[in-house]
Ligand binder design. Structure first.
Ligand code: PGA
Length: 249
């Protein structure tokens, strides 16, 4: 199974020229990479142009709306993303909850809509620093998984990727330690196996995100741990991002 690397550019860069340049450098840098699938998730507005230059990279979006079409000012439907060449969509990133008050119920609707449009949802879960301090991590993840996946069939689970992104590790330079990430992947599989079959839980792809860089990335790829990463800050620097990919190729 190839390791999955998702570049989450968030609200960067500020011009199309910069986006194309960054995309081009990454594409060149990963030309001979065989064991890593690299997915770039730029802001929506760059998708159209980047699709033309896609080559060995894949495209994803950072969010989508749950309705197909209609009077929803400012929203982007999963069908539009599919049409622009997206294969993946990041959903329920903690910044969506923090700044846009997204709830588990909204995430659930978005996951279902993404699957209907044949996008692979990357469903982010993770506890805040306070929740971690209070020893609530397990309960928080359980609630997020149960609510986010409500009504999703065993078959549909084949296309869902889970991403463990502890809020306290995102953009802080304070990553969750590899041994703790490994424990969390066990926990996630256990929670999922209570809802679905063991096969579905074992086959589930789990990513880690939160202050991953070229120095620490390799430490996470131990047996029975994660299948890939979401990279935020470090994906905006082509040299560093290519280094990360080469480390794990
Ligand atoms: P980071 O962000 O790599 O900058 O910590 C990860 C994310 O938010 O997905």
């Amino acid at each position: 199974m190839r390791t999955l690397i998702i570049a989450n550019w968030k609200c960067n860069p500020q011009t199309l020229a910069e986006a194309e340049s960054l995309f081009g450098s990454i594409r060149k840098g990963v030309k001979n990479i065989k064991n890593v699938e690299t997915v770039i998730c730029p802001p929506f507005v760059y998708l159209f142009n980047l699709k033309k230059a896609i080559d060995n990279l894949k495209l994803g979006a950072q969010d989508c709306f749950w309705e197909k079409a209609g009077a929803f000012t400012g929203e982007i439907s999963p069908t539009m993303l599919k049409d622009l060449g997206c294969r993946y969509v990041i959903l329920s990133h903690s910044e969506r909850e923090k700044y846009f008050s997204e709830t588990d119920e909204m995430t659930n609707k978005k996951i279902k809509a993404a699957i209907l449009a044949k996008l692979d949802p990357i469903f982010c879960i993770g506890e805040t620093e306070k929740e971690k301090e209070r020893g609530e991590t397990q309960n928080v993840l359980k609630k997020q998984i149960e609510k986010g996946l409500k009504g999703i069939s065993e078959k549909e689970m084949e296309n869902i990727i889970l991403a463990y992104e502890p809020v306290w590790a995102i953009g802080t330079g304070n990553p969750c330690q590899p041994k703790d990430v490994r424990k969390i992947t066990f926990l996630i599989r256990k929670i999922v196996s209570k809802i679905y079959s063991n096969k579905t839980s074992n086959n589930l792809k789990i990513l880690y995100g939160g202050s991953v860089n070229s120095e620490n990335v390799k430490d996470y790829l131990v047996k029975n741990s994660v299948n890939g990463f979401i990279i935020g800050g470090a994906s905006l620097n082509s040299k560093e991002f290519i280094k990360i990919i080469k480390e794990i190729n």
